[in-house]
Ligand binder design. Structure first.
Ligand code: AHR
Length: 335
């Protein structure tokens, strides 16, 4: 009697669950055959990846090289890249991230134009299960809102620029500073790192500091205004990037002074334009900031998508360059 009741129970159960097992709503088994498409251990490859990238714009030689590195690497690896150009506006970058969330990409890379104002949209990505890698620039957000930062040590770049400057001017100068985009990570850190070192040089004064927004045109305008205001008393320029230094060189020449000689110039990036200026004797040094981050970015992205743990900061390896040897190095420069 007991046996037949148990049998009836299982027959009923099977008649309820049976159709479900064949319906489109049925869930894939959690244990599958090795090598089957649904095997939980199966790793994604580059060809499986859909990667979003929210670039900030195209303000400099550096940025153009950075974009090219990301696009070329995606193509070489067979990654499907959804690329957005923020055209120098944070709102556009935020909108891009939101679009990428809707598109359900596997992972998002972003070069945040400024440090602040990202928490809400990064939280939205996190809630949607889409990891974020900060590329090139940091954002001021809690650490759980991004998986990693891939990029330079901007503070150290500022310190290196100051060490070189102090040496160049023999511990005595009136410096004007062409700063990068206001509230951007490189502008904030290059500003701070530079001052950290110069504290030990009482005869070096930073007489003025204005943003040139990382562009050549603004660098030129701001330098022209500095020259109008301070004239010959300016003895050195610290530019947060090469583009602004190249703009400043034009203004200094228009003012009738010799860049690199009457006014010493140190900048950051080590782009090809800086090497040309060093060869021409118009720029005294450039601190490298590496934009060729594409290969490392996609390597990290694949690891994250496959559940691997990656470091919270993957620093770029960088050096400094002087006019000495610049003509031999120029042909080898990739940006
Ligand atoms: O974030 C890196 C900086 O951004 C580079 O120094 C500058 O050239 C670019 O615009």
């Amino acid at each position: 009697m007991k046996t037949s009741r148990t049998l009836i129970f299982f027959v009923l159960l099977a008649s309820i669950l049976g159709p479900l097992a064949c319906s489109p709503l049925s869930v894939s088994p959690t244990i599958s055959e090795p090598g089957s498409a649904t095997h939980p251990e199966q790793k994604k490859t580059y060809e499986d990846l859909i990667v979003g990238y929210a670039q900030l714009g195209a303000e400099s030689e550096w940025r153009v090289a950075n974009t090219l590195s990301v696009k070329e690497t995606a193509e070489q690896l067979g990654v499907e890249l959804r690329f957005f150009d923020g055209q120098q506006k944070q709102d556009n970058q935020i909108e891009a991230v939101r679009k990428l969330i809707v598109q359900k990409v596997d992972i998002i890379g972003i070069a945040p134009i400024v440090e602040t104002g990202w928490e809400e949209v990064f939280q939205e990505a996190k809630d949607a299960g889409i990891p974020i890698i900060l590329v090139d620039r940091r954002a001021n957000v809690p650490e759980d809102l991004y998986v990693s930062y891939l990029g330079s040590d901007f503070l150290e770049e500022g310190r290196n620029a100051a060490r070189i400057m102090a040496n160049l001017v023999d511990g005595k100068a009136n410096i004007v500073e062409l700063a990068g985009t206001v509230d951007s990570a490189p502008a904030n850190d290059r500003y701070t790192g530079f001052r950290e070192i110069l504290q030990s040089y009482p005869e070096i004064q930073i007489i003025d500091s204005q943003s040139g927004d990382f562009t050549r045109a603004r660098g030129r305008e701001v330098m022209a205004a500095f020259l109008q205001k301070y004239g010959n008393s300016i003895t050195a320029v610290y530019a947060h990037n090469d583009d602004m230094a190249l703009g400043a060189i034009q203004s200094i020449e228009e003012f009738g002074l010799r860049p690199g000689v009457d006014i010493k110039i140190v900048s950051v990036d080590a782009a090809r334009g800086a090497f040309e200026a060093m060869i021409a004797g118009k720029l005294n040094a450039t601190v490298e900031c590496n934009p060729l981050l594409g290969p490392q970015f996609f390597e990290l992205a694949l690891k994250v998508v496959n559940g691997e743990t990656i470091p919270k900061w993957v620093p770029s390896i960088e050096t400094v360059f002087f006019p000495d040897g610049a003509s031999e190095i120029l042909p080898t420069r990739k940006y």
